[in-house]
Structure formats: C-alpha cells, structure tokens
Write a new protein. Structure first.
Length: 414
C-alpha cells in the first residue's frame, strides 16, 4: 500500500465503543484539536469514566442525523464494520476499523509529539506492536526540545526565505566506531544539515545512510598505500564547497582529535576565513577496550592511559613509545599497529622490553565480526594473523584481568 502523509486540519470524529482499544484511539484523537463524539453500549474501560459517552447500541440510522469527518469502529463487531464501510462514501466520512485493515481508509500509526514535532510510524495495519517498537527507538534518539526551540526554527525559516544563506559551514564530525547508535546526539543532529560530505574510510555505512538523500557524498578515505584524495585536496574541496554557501560535513572515524588530522583541517579552514565546528566522537581506543572486556585504568594494575600511533606520515613506523613499556604504570593503547606487529616485536627485543607483557589486538570494533586476541607482546605476529584490520593494540598489566568482565564478539586467549 502506498501511503500519503498529510496534516489534517481539525476534524469531527465519531468513536464507536468504549473499551480498551477505543481508549487507545481516543487518546490519539484528544491529543489533536479534533472534536470527539463517543457512542457505546457500555463503558468497559476506566478511561471513559469522566468522558461524555452516549450509551446506546449504534445503529446506521444515527448517520442520517450526525455530521462527522472520521469514524472509528472499536467495537469488534464484524457486521457493523461491514455496514459502516459500505455506507462511508454515501455519508462522506473516512473509516478506521480497529484490527481490520480491509475496512480502513486510514491507519493510526504509533505516534509521539513534542510541541511542533510529530512522528508517526505505521505498518499499514500489519503489526501495530512493531510500529510502536520503531517509534520508541526513534523517540530515544530525538532529544526533547522546548517550545522556544521550535519558535526559533520557524523564525530561522522565515529569515532564510527572505534572504538566501550566503555562507556555509564546515563540520568536522567524529563518527565513532561505525555503528549509528554510537554517534553522539550532536553528531546525529548535524548530519541532517550536511549538503556535501567528505567521508573517511572508517565511517560506517549505517552512518552514511543517515545523510540527506540529496547530499553529495565524496569518498575521502585513506588506507595504507592508497589515498582517494590527498590531505591538500580534502582541505581545498571543503573550502571550495563552503564558499559556495554549502554546509560541508567532514566525516571521520572515531574522535577527530585522536590522530584524525583535526588540527590541520581546522587551522586551514580558519586561516582561509571559513567557519568550522568540531564535534567529538567515540574513539576506538576506549570503545575497543571496553567492548573487548578490558578496563584500561584499573586500581592496582594501571594508573593511566597512554595513546600512541605506530604509524607516521608516509607509512613510516613509529616506535618512540616502545621504550616506555618497561616498568610502565599505564595501559598503552596503540592505534594503527596491526601492520607493524613484527616491527613492534623487533623493536621491543632491541630495547630490552619484557616480551611477556600482556597484550591484546581488538579487531573490527563494534561490528558483528569483532574479535579480541589476548596474548603477550612476544605473540604479536601470531595474534595479528588471527584478526583483521582495523584493530587497536592494548599493552599493559590491566589485561591480566580481561577474563573477568563481559565482552562483545569473539575472544581468544593464547
């Protein structure tokens, strides 16, 4: 069934029945500005005790003396439903028969309202409970706003209609570990504003689908040995589009301030007179630890966290951090380490680092294929072969307690 979503002006509504199902429909109607007339043989739900209910058995003769736009049959009487359906055009009303899609001109969706924002979810009568479940999920991710917020939106729309927007804005958005549910509310709200999106390789497909349909999507992903766009090209494209008056979204995996080239892009835009805003995201460094059953700070085992990268510009190996592993009181989280597993072990040997230090690779974080491999620093090459990129490497004494708390996905102890 194809559905046309419309906003009805206040209507006169007739409700037949005063039971549990009728109470649900009455609540929907009374939330609107529609007037409601209720006819029922008896009151069978406490909701109607303080309502004006005409106690009578409904008869088609009532139709000749009543004027209404919508009729709701909540009696469960098949005969009455069929009669109302066959007479609805003659008397000019739209009909809804509870749990009888074949006798409905329209359906009540699962709805919620926050001042001027209304959301309605319908399955066309197939499964009201499923519609309610989807409504509840949507309601959780939409923040409650004040009336002043919607008045501001109205004012902004009027101003925009009077004067076209002359300047755009660049949003540097941390998109977390890939799942839409791990976006911050600020990031989720901002995605709807984007005209052009420059998308990094680690941004999840779930998140890309949240962009407006008309949004121009540009692959700006970078992998070892392959860059779709150079950093200069990314900077210049963002500047080019924002000067056209468009809102540009620079979508980055994790948190853009953690090895995400945030400073270079923000400084370039600021230096060239473009307005930009940074939106933090959930970094894989911490999301990976907790989903892998690892607490990076742990009393008696780790008094802090050191976050480093094994990857430098031009794919060079960084091992400056390795020397800090001996007698280190912190948990070390190494990003972009998977490809350098052998070099890390070699560097540790050369610097006299204890190869029995606890270590773990956490791969494909927050995906259905998440895998945690727990072993030692000396096992890194073997561990890397047992999981895929992208992955984070965690090293430290806190991992000795990793088997004691829940985790996500597959976990293997060597």
């Amino acid at each position: 069934m194809n559905v046309l979503q419309i906003a009805l002006t206040p209507k006169k509504v007739l409700l037949i029945g005063a039971g549990k199902a009728a109470a649900l429909k009455a609540r929907n109607v009374l939330q609107s500005d529609c007037s409601l007339t209720i006819i029922a043989e008896a009151i069978r739900d406490d909701f109607f005790l303080d309502k004006n209910v005409k106690i009578a058995k409904f008869d088609l003769a009532f139709l000749q003396n009543m004027v209404f736009d919508i009729a709701i049959d909540a009696t469960g009487d098949d005969r009455l439903s069929k009669e109302l359906f066959s007479h609805r055009k003659k008397y000019g009303f739209l009909l809804n028969c509870v749990d009888k899609p074949e006798f409905c001109d329209f359906y009540f969706g699962a709805a919620f309202k926050n001042y001027d924002l209304s959301v309605n979810v319908s399955t066309g009568g197939a499964s009201p409970k499923y519609a309610q479940k989807i409504r509840d999920l949507i309601q959780k991710i939409i923040p409650i706003r004040s009336r002043e917020f919607y008045e501001t939106l109205k004012s902004n729309r009027k101003n925009n209609e009077k004067q076209a927007q002359k300047t755009g804005k660049v949003f540097l958005i941390g998109c977390g570990t890939g799942k839409a549910e791990n976006l911050t509310l600020r990031a989720l709200q901002t995605l709807s504003l984007i005209d052009v999106a420059l998308i990094d390789n680690l941004v999840g497909e779930e998140i890309v689908k949240l962009l407006p349909n008309e949004c121009i999507k540009i692959d700006a992903g970078k992998q070892k040995g392959r860059h779709n766009l150079s950093q200069d090209e990314i900077n210049n494209k963002a500047l080019e589009y924002v000067k056209m008056g468009l809102n540009v979204g620079r979508l980055k995996g994790g948190d853009p301030s953690i090895f995400g080239r945030l400073f270079e892009e923000a400084e370039f835009l600021h230096r060239n007179g473009a307005e930009c805003e940074t939106i933090s995201g959930v970094t894989s460094a911490f999301a990976g630890c907790i989903s892998g059953g690892i607490t990076p700070t742990l009393r008696g085992f780790s008094t802090g966290v050191l976050i480093v990268s094994a990857h430098l510009k031009e794919a060079l190996f960084n091992d400056e951090w390795v020397k800090k592993l001996n007698h280190c009181p912190y948990t070390t989280i190494v990003l972009m380490a998977h490809s350098f597993a052998a070099k890390i072990v070699q560097s540790a040997k050369e610097q006299g680092i204890d190869l029995s230090l606890n270590a773990a690779f956490i791969s494909k974080i927050d995906s259905a294929d998440q895998t945690t491999i727990v072993g030692t620093l000396g096992d890194l090459e073997k561990m890397a072969k047992m999981c895929e990129k992208p992955a984070i490497l965690v090293i430290g004494k806190a991992l000795s307690q990793a088997a004691k708390i829940p985790h996500i996905g597959k976990r293997i102890f060597l």
